[in-house]
Every structure is written in structure tokens, then in C-alpha cells.
Design a protein around this ligand. Structure first.
Ligand SMILES: CC/C=C\CC(=O)SCCNC(=O)CCNC(=O)[C@H](O)C(C)(C)COP(=O)(O)OP(=O)(O)OC[C@H]1O[C@@H](n2cnc3c(N)ncnc32)[C@H](O)[C@@H]1OP(=O)(O)O
Length: 719
């Protein structure tokens, strides 16, 4: 909807009304058309202002309308109508002008923004391009290189940067509407010729071809198979080379191709999934809307290794006071320097003073006595963690929440060490903890709704996307990772190389293949966990049991590499070789290829040719199958939780929505059929046995992903 009022006698004000972000729904578009007609037809009205209600100009097209039978007036002629109006039209931008919202503002003759407003064309992150003239008007207004950067990244800019770039004409700290009305009065009757952006030529840099070539190379490198960034470059190129009307045709053609693509569906699903995870619930009945968090003013971090330092920085940057505890004096000295450096670097980047005074360091655990919440981030060793939880329970003031950053140990076992297990939750950060957006909040059997709600709230306060998950080995992310890694190892045993497996996964869109990722994070991490749970054989076994654990197939390849101190990048050798310890560039290692050949010979394995499809099927379907088990076990409340965790924490390509969404796209029938096939070929790999939820979903007619929860909740199998 849009509201029309007349102010100061001669200014028609059109207010977009569609909470929460004034998205351009059919009703809003119709409202703009009607109210523009009215303003233009009233002789007393000399100029027009367009604004949005509740301090938000416009969040763009209504994403919920995509994929439906879109009705109502189209956006492009609506914006053209505004631009061609004979009376000046001023956009009064408060809060946000994003996507179609900014394109609407670009159709206006002038733009006034509040100093706190954010502007941008983020369509690329929804698998689209700015398809309402944005790719044609923005380069004409701010130059090709600047428009290319904004459109291909989807970055939001501040009002100050928008002014500098020339997107807005004025920035104000005062009431934006009042300022826009004043401005509208001052420009009434003046020529609009220079202010109709589409009629202006597109300024060319001298090296225009090189600019586009570089932009195309950059997006192809970054996009990892995503279509939208490439189409964005092509559309801006049309602005540079074609007259406006033809440029618009090209924009429309490229937009159409994207709009119906699977990638756009995946990215739009992912947009809503990121928001859905905030509406968490637990099998015990705790919910986001009924569980009240407790305020946390002071927090403590125990253990200042890499994770503890990152967590300290994340908390301090969000304005929380942090007591940072490290009992090892040398480590404490290094941590002080490390944390201060990170805080200073972050502050420089954000243009704010560093939050150095937010952190107090101590080598005594007693320093945590007065805090509201503790995050333990010591070494992944259950006995050590148990001892710390016993101490914390005795030391902390009543009601202090006790959290652990374990990446997979049993939360209930830790809670059992304390007098108040209801105060214990997991807060599983991902490295580097001050950068990575994901936080798994792990509730145990006894965690109170308030403890979960508080950890979730801290997560959003420090800028994380927090996902509430149940307690099991590895929680969601690392539990799903295990069968994926396992398949990759089995593929090596059967004839593949790390290079082949990584190439296939990187072509699929993963930021890094499984072996390069393993080299980066360190092979020793998993080795230590496997040793702790008794999977690593005491000495190199050669007999039939070398590749069997608890009756199932097991690959000791990772353990054997660790025995050779091949821990990955840190030792300069792992699945690949590096020029030095700490080196970053992975090179194929002839030693490893020989080692694999000898290993196969030793175990009577005959290498075979493995094609790309098999690599993809086995790695991804094993992972997806575990995802269905997680849903079945109630460890994740819905597929969105798994997808958000996997995209944000494990490099799953966003344009494929996440593993569960991908399963739906491929077709649940097909996933089931392939798993059945591979399980038949590898009966000693239980992870390949299709889980009963997958069978149940297929038996229920493979409903769309937004209906899965209904099937999960049904108590009786439909088989
Ligand atoms: C011809 C085609 C022309 C144009 C194409 C487009 O315009 S595509 C749309 C481009 N716009 C965007 O990509 C903006 C997307 N929204 C955001 O980035 C954020 O929501 C925003 C606006 C910065 C606000 O962030 P905030 O953190 O304050 O709130 P939150 O994200 O939780 O959103 C609140 C609820 O609003 C819903 N919502 C937001 N934007 C849209 C939208 N464009 N259409 C429909 N709904 C939108 C969002 O889903 C939240 O609702 P919820 O029920 O909680 O999921």
C-alpha cells in the first residue's frame, strides 16, 4: 500500500506502507502508480516526495512473491513513469534503500538520505541482478567501475559513502522527510533534464574493455559456479555499450534467465533459512518466543589458544566486558598481544576506536567469580574440561551460565560436573571465531530454556547466525562431516587421488576440497579425537582388521599420515606438499601417490578408475543421509538449521542452498536410489544405508522442503 498526503501546500508525499521493510509487493506497486497519478494530476502539487513508513525507505522487491503468480503493475514501467514525470520527484531515504528500493530511488530525480541509512543492490545474493533498471542507471550515475563493484558484490554502503559515490544528493542528520520536502520545494519548476539518469550517457573509463575483463575474472574466481555475478557483469557491460533502451532489453533477458534458475531458488531459500533458524525450538518445548534471555554484561573466556582469542575479540568488539583467563603465563603474554592486535586491526577496518579496555586478562581462574557467562575454550580434552567445569561451578556467582566451545564432546557429561546443569550449554564457534558467522548453540538434556535463549542472544549480539542444536557426538556440523570425510578416504583406497576428489568438490562449488580443507585445519585434530575414542590402532595393523572398526569399514589413511607427522599446512606436508611449514599453496605430492599405491598393494586393494559423478554422489549423499538422520533424531529442528550450518561453517556453496535443499533439488527419489546402490556395493559402510526418514519422505511423495517438518513430526511411519 502507499499513502498520499499533501504538505506545505505544494508537495505531494507518497509513503510506502508494507511492514516490516516496505517491500514492493503488488499492493505497494499499485499504490505508487495510483498516488503518482494523483500527485501529477493535482495542479497545486509542484513536486513529489517518496518515503517509507517506520523509518525504512524500502527493502526492495517482495521476495515472498517470487515463485508465485506475480500480479500488479510491473516495476520497470513504474520507475520509468516516475523518471519521466514533469514534476521533480525526491526520494527521502531513511533506514534502507535496497534492491528494487534503490532502483525506485534511482528513478527519482533527487535522493536525500539520512546519515544512518544503508543503500545497495544486493540482488546478486538472491541469485538475481538488479532487474528494474539498476544495472543501466547506476553506471550512468556513478561510473562503470564503481557500479560494477556494488552490483557484483551486493555490498550495502553507508549514506556517507553513497554521497561520496554520487548516489545521493544530500545526507542529513535531521528529519529526512522534512529535509526532502524542503528540498522538493526548492527544486520545484526547475529543469529536470540532467536528473533523468536514463537519458544521460554512461561515462566510459579509457580502458573500458580491461575493466570488464578484470571484473569478469574476479567474479568467476569468487563465484565458484554462481551464475548471478557473471550476469551482473554482462548487464553492466550492456550499459557501457548500448543505448539505454537496448541495455534494458539485455538486462531483462539476463534477469529472466536468472529468475527461473535453480540457483535463485536456492539463494532465496537460504535467505529465509538464515532468518528461520532464529525461531528455534527444542524437543523439550523451549521456544524462541517464550524463552526469555538474561542480560549478560560481563563474560569470561577460559583458555586463550586460537579459539579463545577469537571469542574474546568477538565479545569485546560487541561491547561486552571480558575476563580473559589463561593459566599458562607464556601463552597469556602471547594472547594479550594477539588479542590486542586483532582488536586494533578490526577497529581500523571499521573506523572505530579499538575495544582494548573491554578485556581484562588473568592467569587465575578465580577471576571469573563475578561474571554472568563463561565460555570455556580449552583444549579438546574431556578430562580437562570436566575439571574446569567442576571449578567453575564452585567459583562462579549463582546463576552464571557455563558454556563450552567444544566441537563435539558430550554437553551432558560436562553439565553433570556442575551443581546447576540447567545453566550449561555448548557454544560451538568456528575458526577464526571473530570472523566466522556461525555459532552452534548446543542444548543438553538439562539446559534451561533461559540458558539456550541467552546463548542465542549473545550470538546475535556478536554478529553470528546462531543455530540451536541438540547434543550428540559432533553436534550437527561435525557429525555430518564425518561420513563425508570417510567417503573421501574410501575413494582414495579405491583408486582416487586427493587432487581428483578436491577438484570435483571445488567444481561443485565448495570453497575447498576435503583434502585441502583437512590440510588447512590440521590432520592432527581429528587424529587426537579418534585416538581418544579408541579408533586409532595401537600400532600399524596389517591384517584384515587394519581397515575394520566395530565390524564396519574404516580407513586408517589419516592416522598413517599423522604417524609420519604429516599434519597438513602447519608441517608443510599432508595430503599435499607445501614449500615450507605454514605454506599455503598446495602442490601434488609424489610421495603421497607412492604411499597410496603401497597402501593399496599392502591391503590387496586394486585401484580402479573413479569418475567425477561417483566422487560427488558418494561424498554428498553420505553427508545428506546423515543430515536426514539428524532430523530424525531431533538434533536439528528442521532442514534449514542443517543448511545454514553447512553453508556458514563448512563452505557449502550458497547458490546450492545447503545439503538438504540440494537433496530436494536433485530429487529425494534419486538420492534414495543412489544410496541404495552404493550401500549394496559397500555393505560394510553403514552410513550409506538410506535412513528411514529419507524413505518416509519418498514414500510420502517427496514433499517440498518446507513440508518436511510435517512428515518428521508424524509419529507413525508411512511405510
Ligand atoms: C524486478 C526485480 C527488482 C528488484 C529485485 C529485488 O529488489 S530483490 C530484493 C532485494 N532486497 C534485498 O535483498 C533485501 C533483503 N533484506 C535484507 O537484507 C534485510 O532483511 C534487511 C532489509 C537489511 C533488514 O534486516 P534486519 O536484520 O533488520 O531484519 P530481517 O532480515 O530479519 O528482516 C525482517 C523481516 O523482513 C523480511 N524481509 C526482508 N526483506 C524482505 C524483502 N525484500 N521481501 C520480503 N520480505 C523481506 C525478512 O524475511 C524478515 O521476515 P521474517 O518473517 O522474520 O523472515
Amino acid at each position: 500500500m502507499a499513502l498520499y498526503t499533501r504538505v506545505s501546500g505544494s508537495v505531494g508525499v507518497i509513503t510506502l506502507q508494507n511492514p516490516p521493510v516496505n517491500a514492493l509487493s503488488a499492493a505497494v506497486r499499485q499504490g505508487i502508480v495510483d498516488m503518482m497519478d494523483r500527485a501529477l494530476s493535482e495542479p497545486e502539487v509542484k513536486s513529489v516526495v517518496i518515503c517509507g513508513q517506520n523509518g525504512k525507505f524500502c527493502g526492495g522487491a517482495d521476495i515472498k512473491e517470487f515463485g508465485t503468480n506475480m500480479s500488479g503493475p510491473a516495476l520497470i514501467p513504474l520507475i520509468d513513469r516516475i523518471e519521466s514525470a514533469a514534476k521533480p520527484v525526491v526520494a527521502a531515504i531513511e533506514g534502507i534503500a535496497l534492491g528494487g528500493g534503490l532502483e525506485l530511488a534511482l528513478g527519482c530525480h533527487y535522493r536525500i538520505a539520512h546519515s544512518k541509512a544503508k543503500l545497495g543492490l544486493p540482488e546478486v545474493s538472491l541469485g538475481l541482478l538488479p532487474g528494474a533498471g539498476g544495472t543501466q542507471r547506476l553506471p550512468r550515475l556513478i561510473s562503470i567501475p564503481a557500479a560494477l563493484e556494488l552490483i557484483t558484490t551486493g555490498r550495502h554502503v553507508t549514506a556517507a559513502e553513497a554521497l561520496q559515490l554520487g548516489i545521493v544528493d544530500k545526507v542529513t542528520d535531521r528529519n529526512t522527510l522534512d529535509e526532502a520536502v524542503k528540498f522538493a520545494l526548492s527544486v520545484a519548476g526547475k529543469s529536470l533534464d540532467l536528473h533523468r539518469i536514463s537519458t544521460n550517457p554512461c561515462p566510459h573509463p579509457p580502458d573500458v574493455d580491461a575493466v570488464f575483463e578484470t571484473a569478469m575474472q574476479r567474479v568467476r574466481q569468487r563465484a565458484r559456479g554462481a551464475l548471478a555475478p557473471v550476469a551482473c557483469v554482462q548487464a553492466v557491460r550492456a550499459a557501457a555499450t548500448l543505448p539505454y533502451a537496448h541495455g534494458m532489453e539485455r538486462e531483462r533477458e539476463l534477469f529472466k534467465g536468472l529468475f527461473t534458475s535453480g540457483q535463485a531458488r536456492a539463494l532465496q531459500y537460504y535467505f529465509f533459512a538464515q532468518r528461520a533458524v532464529g525461531r528455534w525450538s527444542t524437543p523439550g518445548g523451549a521456544r524462541w518466543d517464550t524463552s526469555k534471555p538474561r542480560p549478560v554484561r560481563r563474560a569470561a573466556v577460559i583458555g586463550l589458544g586460537t579459539m579463545g582469542r577469537g571469542i574474546t575479540v568477538a565479545l569485546a568488539q560487541a561491547g561486552l566486558s571480558v575476563v580473559a583467563v589463561e593459566t599458562n603465563e607464556k601463552q597469556l603474554t602471547e594472547a594479550k598481544q594477539g588479542v590486542s592486535d586483532m582488536l586494533e586491526r578490526g577497529a581500523r577496518r571499521r573506523g572505530v576506536p579499538p575495544a582494548l579496555d573491554k578485556v581484562i586478562y588473568s592467569h587465575k581462574i578465580q577471576a571469573v567469580a563475578d561474571v554472568d557467562l563463561v565460555i570455556e575454550a580449552v583444549f579438546e580434552d574431556m578430562e580437562l574440561k570436566k575439571a574446569i567445569f567442576q571449578q567453575l561451578s564452585a567459583l562462579c556467582k549463582p546463576g552464571t551460565f557455563l558454556c563450552t566451545n567444544t566441537s563435539g564432546l558430550d554437553i551432558d557429561e560436562l553439565a553433570a560436573q556442575t551443581q546447576n546443569p540447567e545453566l550449561v550449554v555448548g557454544m560451538h564457534f568456528f575458526a577464526p571465531a571473530h570472523v566466522m558467522k556461525l555459532l552452534e548453540v548446543v542444548y543438553g538434556q538439562k539446559s534451561s530454556p533461559q540458558a539456550v535463549a541467552t546463548a542465542m542472544q549473545i550470538g546475535s549480539k556478536i554478529g553470528k547466525v546462531s543455530v540451536a542444536v541438540g547434543n550428540c557426538r559432533g553436534f550437527v556440523g561435525n557429525r555430518i562431516l564425518k561420513p563425508y570425510l570417510e567417503q573421501a578416504f574410501f575413494l582414495l583406497e579405491e583408486g582416487a587421488t586427493p587432487e581428483l576428489v578436491d577438484k570435483v568438490l571445488e567444481e561443485f562449488g565448495f570453497a575447498m576440497g576435503v583434502f585441502r580443507m583437512s590440510d588447512l585445519s590440521g590432520l592432527d585434530v581429528g587424529w587426537r579425537v579418534r585416538k581418544a575414542i579408541g579408533l586409532v590402532a595401537p600400532e600399524a595393523l596389517t591384517g584384515p582388521y587394519a581397515r575394520v572398526r566395530e565390524g564396519h569399514r574404516y580407513s586408517p589413511l589419516g592416522d598413517l599420515l599423522c604417524e609420519q607427522v604429516r599434519f597438513g599446512q602447519k608441517t608443510g606436508r599432508g595430503w599435499y606438499q607445501y614449500d615450507k611449514p605454514g605454506g599455503r599453496v598446495a602442490k601434488p605430492d609424489p610421495w603421497l601417490h607412492r604411499f597410496l599405491e603401497e597402501y593399496r598393494a599392502q591391503h590387496g586393494l586394486v585401484a580402479r578408475r573413479i569418475d567425477h559423478q561417483e566422487v560427488l554422489d558418494r561424498c554428498l549423499y553420505a553427508l545428506i543421509n546423515e543430515g536426514f538422520r539428524i532430523l530424525e533424531d531431533g538434533i536439528a529442528a528442521g532442514p534449514e538449521d542443517i543448511d545454514v550450518i553447512y553453508v556458514l561453517g563448512y563452505g557449502w556453496p550458497q547458490h546450492r542452498g545447503g545439503p538438504m535443499f540440494y537433496a530436494g533439488m536433485v530429487g529425494l527419489n534419486k538420492v534414495l536410489e543412489r544410496l541404495e546402490h552404493y550401500h549394496q556395493v559397500h555393505p560394510d559402510v553403514p552410513n550409506l544405508q538410506p535412513c528411514s526418514l529419507l524413505r518416509k519422505l519418498v514414500a510420502s511423495g517427496s514433499p517440498p522442503i518446507n513440508k518436511w517438518r510435517e512428515v518428521i513430526k508424524k509419529p507413525h511411519s508411512q511405510l
